[in-house]
Design a protein around this ligand. Structure first.
Ligand code: KIV
Length: 301
C-alpha cells in the first residue's frame, strides 16, 4: 500500500487539480477556473491581461495552507513578508529575514503544483544595490523554487527590477503603500492629491519600463488605481485599491478570519477560522479533562 504523508493524503483527496472542474469562467485557459493543471507562468498572466480577465491572489506561508488554496484553484500565491505579522509574531514586516522568506517560500512551493508562487524580498535584501537584489532573488529562485519575486518601490527600485528581469527572474513590483517603509511612510493611503497621484503614475510606469510582469497597488484611491490599470500593459494587483485592478490580493489570515482584532476597511472576511479553531481546541481540552478522549476506538492494543 502506498504510504502518504498527511499533506500528500490531503492532496490525493482533491478530485480536480485545476480546482474548479470544468472551468467556472467557461474558458479552459482562465487563470481561475481553467482546466490546465500545469504550473502557471508569467506568460499565462500576461495573456490574462490581454483577455481582460480578473484573477485572485492570496498570501500563503506554509505547505498545508498553500495546498488548500492550490486545490481551490487560486492561480497565484504570494509568500509575502506579511508573514512577519501573520506567521512569525512581529509587529511589522521590517524584521523578516531572507533566510525566513526562503524557508517559508520553499514550503509553499512544496505544497502546490499549479499556482505560480511569488516570493517576497524582505527589507534589507535588495535596497543596497541591484547586485544585492540579484543575489537575494537568486537564492529565492534556486533554494525555494519560486517562479517570481516581489519587491517594493517604484522609481527607486527601477535598476533592481531591470537587473533581475535581465537575469531571467520575473519581478512583481509593489507601489502605493509599501509596508517595509512603515518608519517613513506610516500606514496611510498613498496617491491622494495631484502631486502624489503623479508620483504614483511615474512609479507605475517605471516598474513596467524596468520589466516587471505585474504590479501590486496597495492602499491607493480606486480612481487612481483604475487609471494605472488602463495605462499599463502589465496587470495591476490591488489591495485596498478598488474594483478596477486586474487582480485582487488579500492576506489569507485576514480573508479567512484567522487574524484577530479590527480589520482594515479594504478586507473582506470570508470565514471565521479564529472561532472555528478556538471552538475545536476547547472541545479537545474538555474531552481530555472530562475523560472522553481517547476512547476505545482511538486506542491500540
Ligand atoms: O507581504 C504581503 O503580504 C504583501 C501583500 C499585502 C501584497 O505585500
Amino acid at each position: 500500500m502506498t504510504q502518504h504523508t498527511p499533506l500528500q493524503a490531503a492532496q490525493t483527496q482533491s478530485t480536480d487539480s485545476s480546482g474548479t472542474g470544468s472551468g467556472a469562467s467557461g474558458n479552459p485557459k482562465a487563470l481561475y477556473g481553467g482546466t490546465s493543471s500545469r504550473r502557471i507562468t508569467v506568460r499565462d498572466i500576461s495573456l490574462a491581461k490581454e483577455r481582460g480577465e480578473k484573477w485572485p491572489m492570496l498570501t500563503a506561508y506554509d505547505a498545508m495552507t498553500a495546498s488548500v488554496f492550490d486545490e481551490s484553484g487560486i492561480p497565484v500565491m504570494l509568500v509575502g513578508d506579511s508573514a512577519g505579522n501573520c506567521h512569525l509574531g512581529y509587529d511589522t514586516t521590517v524584521p523578516v529575514t531572507l533566510d525566513q522568506m526562503i524557508m517559508l517560500s520553499a514550503a509553499v512551493v512544496r505544497g502546490t503544483s499549479r499556482a505560480m508562487i511569488v516570493g517576497d524580498l524582505p527589507f534589507g535584501s535588495y535596497q543596497e544595490s541591484p547586485t544585492q537584489a540579484l543575489r537575494s532573488a537568486m537564492r529565492l529562485v534556486k533554494e525555494a523554487g519560486v517562479g517570481a519575486v516581489k519587491l517594493e518601490g517604484g522609481e527607486r527600485s527601477h535598476s533592481q527590477i531591470k537587473l533581475l528581469t535581465e537575469a531571467g527572474i520575473p519581478v512583481m513590483a509593489h507601489i502605493g503603500l509599501t509596508p517595509q517603509s512603515v518608519n517613513t511612510q506610516g500606514y496611510r493611503v498613498q496617491g491622494r492629491g495631484e502631486e502624489a497621484a503623479q508620483q504614483l503614475l511615474r512609479d507605475a510606469k517605471a516598474v513596467q519600463d524596468a520589466g516587471a510582469f505585474a504590479v501590486v497597488l496597495e492602499l491607493v484611491p480606486a480612481e487612481l488605481a483604475a487609471e494605472v490599470t488602463r495605462i499599463l500593459h502589465i496587470p495591476t494587483v490591488g489591495i485596498g485599491a478598488g474594483p478596477e485592478t486586474d487582480a485582487q490580493v488579500l492576506v489569507w489570515t485576514d480573508a479567512l478570519g484567522l487574524t484577530g482584532g479590527k480589520m482594515p476597511r479594504f478586507v473582506k472576511t470570508y470565514a471565521n477560522l479564529r472561532s472555528v479553531m478556538s471552538d475545536a481546541a476547547k472541545a479537545f481540552a474538555e474531552d481530555v479533562v472530562g475523560g472522553t478522549f481517547p476512547l476505545e476506538e482511538h486506542s491500540v492494543h
